[in-house]
Design a protein around this ligand. Sequence first.
Ligand code: B3K
Ligand code: ZN
Length: 889
Amino acid sequence: PKEIFLKDYTKPDYYFETVDLSFSLGEEKTIVSSKIKVSPRVKGSSAALVLDGHDLKLLSVKVEGKLLKDGDYQLDSRHLTLPSLPAGESFVLEIDTEIYPHKNTSLEGLYKSSGNFCTQCEAEGFRKITFYQDRPDIMAKYTCRVEADKTLYPVLLSNGNLISQGDVEGGRHYALWEDPFKKPCYLFALVAGQLVSRDDTFTTRSGRQVSLKIWTPAEDLPKTAHAMYSLKAAMKWDEDVFGLEYDLDLFNIVAVPDFNMGAMENKSLNIFNSKLVLASPETATDADYAAILGVIGHEYFHNWTGNRVTCRDWFQLSLKEGLTVFRDQEFSSDMGSRTVKRIADVSKLRIYQFPQDAGPMAHPVRPHSYIKMDNFYTGKFLFTRRNSIKTFYYGAEVVRMYKTLLGTQGFRKGIDLYFERHDEQAVTCEDFFAAMRDANNADFANFLQWYSQAGTPVVKVVSSYDAEARTFSLKFSQEIPPTPGQPTKEPTFIPVVVGLLDSRGKDITLSSVHHDGTVQTISSSSTILRVTKKEEEFVFSDISERPVPSLFRGFSAPVRVETDLSNDDLFFLLAHDSDEFNRWEAGQVLARKLMLNLVSDFQQNKPLVLNPKFVQGLGSVLSDSSLDKEFIAKAITLPGEGEIMDMMAVADPDAVHAVRKFVRKQLASELKAELLKIVENNRSTEAYVFDHPNMASRALKNTALAYLASLEDPAYMELALNEYKMATNLTDQFAALAALSQNPGKTRDDILADFYNKWQDDYLVVNKWFLLQSTSDIPGNVENVKKLLDHPAFDLRNPNKVYSLIGGFCGSPVNFHAKDGSGYKFLGDIVVQLDKLNPQVASRMVSAFSRWKRYDETRQGLAKAQLEMIMSANGLSENVFEIASKSLA
Ligand code: B3K
Ligand code: ZN
């Protein structure tokens, strides 16, 4: 396999101006005809034109209407090369190919999902449709004619506006679409099938009437109301916050059950994994409703950040993804609770990104090289291991830092300039940086390092108070650990938002801070320290008592922080910080410290004892009625096992699991009276409403219920069983099911069977049922999961099912890392099987092995053996090869 490097980027020799595509869809084969107006970048150039193509049967090539003969072009398994072309002139290129969508299990290019045709082209899937320069800096205007059997495929969709449609002989019909905006081929889309639509309209602020359609199979249509609500909310929000209006008269969303990712932002024809469209109170949880809102928003926001302005090359992926994730995060924050959203996003970063950044797959926000671009996509919308969320989530943190530094208005000025400069262009991360800088005359120092250095910076903070001088100083030092190919790193620009708490827990009004001999006058309760050097000190003056510093408020930079704060300081912050995010953070830091200590006690066979102050601290959060309920739910949730393992020299899944279970039970037992009160006071018999107050009550109640059920006390099992039976929505019902199924036994088996019987006809609910069982920590769970592979509802070709059952299993440390190697062997075998069907999904699964060196020698040997077995498999895909070989390196 060939590695591709950012430094080797060159402009294309030829541009494509217009592309007219014609599809004749059939059951056995599909004929794709393309007619492209090609022009050389440099007039008079005699360069060959190299087109990408994969799994295509070439039928014919014509240049200026003249059929080329065998010797006039070269064809290999990945390219079609045209060496002699009309010297330096524009010309018309026509190519006919034959493809076989019904055999396409990779779900990339044109394929079939539940009998309907659909496409997925990002990143490099268009080459599986026709020969093309499959790179995002080729932007052209498209038309697309789709022809198919009228009975089997009554609905024919593509990008842009519908120009004409009609019947064709042989029971067939056609539709002709025209997209007025230039676009790269990865945004091309086609859908043909038996679908119905929920219709609505949106009037933009300049008065454009946009027709909105969400397409699904007829039986699913009732479940599209929330998606439509989300779309309209997103359209309005983008106008209000960014002044960005939709630019066509039609916006289509299609939901399909077989999809590798969450969704795709194809111009005016978004295609979605049905998991992220379909919802009803009975079949979707609050988390699903929230995910739908966020992802519908995300794909819609791409219309400007990604589609109107796109990426020059795939190394710039974060240009569109970091920015668009940032936008969807802000949208969700504005629609719900900002603090809770921030906590959820930061947790995700810690659970998935930080460990990756410390392992063999570490890469910068803008990677320097890749073998298979797909490996840089996140499973953002999935609930399983990510190959990389660096470009998406960490990239969003980089965008957030611009906003922190520039403020809301300054950030908006930067965005405005970005669109003014780059509309309908394919650009780079530097172009975005330059727009932010130039619009604000900003000094961004070494900020660009965020794009090019891999790894998560570690920032150490030491504080000191001088009573006599009435000064308080914060000394920062930063270091980025070495990553593959980057042994040494440069300091980067870290914005640190800081507040100082007085002894009553109130924010001290800050007047000035001294730094490098200069004095910055400040006037608010928080200030931004610009840390740009390896070591740097900031001195606050006029501070009358020793304060407790609240550092990195709102997680102002995506770094690991080590401070000299004492446990008392942390308890104080947990109780008083005016920055709610940092209250949560203080609780998490305490929990991590405490759990790490217990892990070492466990390893030394010492008895485990939980610090009573910790119980008190969480107890007072629990009963603080002034706090948001969802915040409380987050605050009493312990850091995940992965987070704790990530902090250990040698990860010990058994010890971490035992300790987390111990702490949970201990908390539940000490706080059971309060927890019970919470369950009782937050029950609702009213109809389901998706809004923050209702979701917050449910979240708190269900978190409390899970704690209580962990006690294995029959009274609480009974309570959970009742909650299960009384539930009026899936959020409550599934939470009760999950609470009950923590404990092995008959109740668990019965209730799981009951749930399946109830929901067996709803594949999305059944996937949750798979996930609940696959992630279970009950001993020896690998055997259950193996059995479920043969369950009639399971299908290895459907990504959602794979993510639920196999991805879920790998996300449960204690069983995946079972010391007998059974978990590793299970995954190894599946990866080899899966790779033959769907390399993208297989490569996501294999990444569960990537941090094998973090474990003890026995586990290392077992995991390595599986990786080697995978590497020796016949016909291994580039996707899996890249992850497996980098993991072994
Ligand atoms: N841009 C798509 C990613 C699809 C990648 C497929 N390999 C989803 C999104 O981020 O909006
Ligand atoms: Zn995206």
